[in-house]
Design a protein around this ligand. Structure first.
Ligand SMILES: Cc1cc2nc3c(=O)[nH]c(=O)nc-3n(C[C@H](O)[C@H](O)[C@H](O)COP(=O)(O)O)c2cc1C
Length: 326
């Protein structure tokens, strides 16, 4: 057990944890820390900042995840993110895609702990909010025992004290990003040991955590757990986080959905397409009668040109209409 406050977070997931998704997740849990998708420092510096960084005030606490490997650019991007109001700036040292490797950032930075330390040091000097690192155990033929410790020790030496560790290596050659989330074996024990060796650091464990019971067990060894695919694919489990880990009230799925419908109606009026918001709801009622028709109705209709709130209301009606079908 550790003496740090428990942290439960929802992992950064490209194309998934956009602002609409985070609004939905926040309606289900007040306490979990939410992460943006990764945004590269170059995009922040050169791109449409309102589109890339804008978020809803309800999302707090929310962390911005940056990708990059140039300290000055990352520092400037972090400063811009902090000015937008993000509560934490996180550096991606875990993503294995080719595009990311070509830019020399993401998981391949596990091989350059000194450079990562320079990056996060520059970022931390640029902002007042915490700067954190999300990493792997190592890449390719690195020995995870040394690669993970080296990265953490060098970052800790420049004052970084929070790490989220996806507890498997990444294979940069030969595996797709998707395969890299399942094939290299998980090693939770190594993360537990590194936490034990560094009691002062806040260590969050990520990778393959599928239930809140499993999360609870990990919390005997680390300060936090980060949920990725499970949170996105079955978001209803988020409704139990506050009561289970923070002594708060249990989230109410129906109230959350009603509030999300109001949000969707507001955003439709601003010109956002229905499917951009309802796609995050597809797994919401898994296991509940009518869930399949709910999903099918949204999948078939929410992408149509001009689809409005009526489509969502029709989909929701399936959940009451047929109490037998699941
Ligand atoms: C669709 C998708 C997109 C992802 N995008 C990112 C990303 O932008 N940044 C990042 O650090 N990790 C990304 N990841 C990895 C997750 O944050 C997480 O580390 C991984 O899914 C393992 O956790 P899980 O087993 O709980 O899903 C992504 C994962 C998925 C499924």
């Amino acid at each position: 057990m550790t003496d740090r406050p428990t942290q439960i977070s929802i992992a950064p997931m490209m194309d998934w944890t956009d602002s609409h998704c985070r609004v939905l997740h926040r309606l289900l849990t007040r306490r979990a820390l939410l992460y943006t998708e990764m945004v590269t420092a170059d995009a922040v510096l050169r791109g449409d900042r309102a589109r890339l960084l804008g978020f809803d005030a309800s999302e707090h606490p929310v962390a911005l995840q940056l990708g990059g490997s140039e300290p000055a650019k990352l520092a400037e991007a972090a400063r811009i993110g902090a000015d937008f109001g993000y509560d934490q700036i996180n550096l991606n040292v875990g993503c294995p895609s080719d595009r990311v490797q070509a830019g020399r950032f993401g998981a391949c930075l596990m091989k350059e702990p000194g450079l990562v330390a320079e990056c996060v040091s520059a970022m931390a000097r640029a902002v007042r909010v915490p700067v954190t690192v999300k990493c792997r155990l190592g890449v390719d033929d690195q020995d995870p025992q040394t690669a993970l410790r080296e990265l953490i020790v060098q970052c800790a030496a420049v004052g970084i004290d929070q790490f989220a560790v996806h507890a498997r290596k990444a294979w940069l050659e030969g595996l797709s990003p998707k395969e890299n989330r399942d094939i290299p074996p998980l090693d939770y024990e190594l993360v537990y040991r590194v936490k034990g060796e560094n009691p002062r650091l806040v260590i969050t464990l990520n990778g393959g955590i599928q239930t809140l019971d499993a999360a609870h067990e990990h919390l005997a060894h680390v300060d936090g757990v980060m949920l990725g695919r499970t949170a996105y694919q079955t978001p209803a489990i988020l409704a139990d986080i506050d009561a289970r880990f923070f002594g708060g009230a249990r989230g109410d799925l129906d109230n959350a959905v009603a509030a999300y419908c109001d949000y969707v109606a507001r955003k439709l009026a601003e010109g956002v397409r229905l499917n951009a918001m309802t796609k995050h709801m597809l797994g919401l009622f898994n296991g509940r009668p009518g869930a399949r028709q709910f999903r099918r109705h949204l999948s078939e209709n929410a992408t149509r040109e001009g689809a409005g709130i009526k489509v969502l209301r029709e989909a929701l009606a399936f959940l009451q209409r047929d109490p037998v079908e699941a």
